[in-house]
Write a protein that binds this ligand. Structure first.
Ligand code: FE
Length: 236
């Protein structure tokens, strides 16, 4: 039987078809190579946080992932299994239920040095907790709570990778207390962790009866807008 491919090789138009095939293959492969980094950038997942098997992000999720890109370039979450649970501390007298859902507490009338706090909610085996609830409340820059309305109060949920981002201002001091941000954290259908976050280097940390060094945020950039991180380790 005559070999078909050998007969093709002797065809006079062989050179033209071969060239056409090379051009088409080059075009296809360059598109594939360009698509890969774009997809990775949209997901913005740091090393150590598994995203395999997650559905493709919606545009809103992709935007959220892109706002967390600063986190992706910072060190991966320091989490070694089994990780120690985030310490619980007292709720204090100023919690108010039914805060609005919002990741930014900065609105008209809120003044002070701005802070962007990012991080993860993780389990003791370092698995991200998606859709975990975080309910933040704090004093304003003058050390006063809004107990009438919801200024500097807001709740949000972690994304599919267990990430959150809070935009706020650095709280002021009030009698007997160092700088702190209150928060309740809860995995879906899990127990509620009530705790407070503290700022490193504040003199009043040394005399605050509630202060716990395990609740210090990690300052990444102390410029005009402070960037800091904190990872919560919770049970679910
Ligand atoms: Fe307080």
């Amino acid at each position: 039987m005559k070999n078909h491919f050998l007969s093709m090789k002797r065809h006079p138009a062989r050179g033209f078809f071969a060239l056409l095939a090379v051009v088409l293959l080059t075009a296809c492969s360059s598109q594939t190579l360009n698509a890969a980094p774009l997809k990775a950038a949209a997901q913005g997942s740091p090393a150590g946080i598994p995203t395999a098997g997650l559905p493709s992000p919606t545009p809103a999720q992709a935007n959220q992932a892109q706002t967390a890109q600063g986190l992706a370039t910072s060190p991966a979450p320091a989490c070694t299994s089994p990780a120690a649970l985030t310490p619980a501390v007292t709720e204090g007298p100023y919690f108010k239920a039914s805060s609005p859902e919002r990741a930014s507490l900065i609105e008209a009338g809120v003044t002070g040095n701005q802070l962007t706090l990012t991080g993860y909610v993780l389990t003791t085996d370092c698995k991200p907790v998606a859709h975990a609830l975080l309910d933040f409340w704090q004093a304003n820059a003058q050390g006063e709570y809004d107990n009438t309305n919801y200024s500097l109060r807001g709740h949000q949920f972690t994304d599919e990778a267990g990430r959150y981002q809070l935009d706020t201002v650095i709280p002021g001091l009030y009698p007997g207390r160092t700088e702190h941000i209150h928060v309740k954290v809860q995995a879906p259908n899990g127990p509620v962790l009530t705790t407070q976050l503290f700022f490193p280097g504040v003199t009043d940390n040394q005399t605050d009866q509630i202060f716990d060094p395990g609740l210090l945020i990690n300052i990444q950039d102390n410029g005009d807008k402070m960037q800091a991180t904190f990872n919560f380790i919770i049970t679910r």
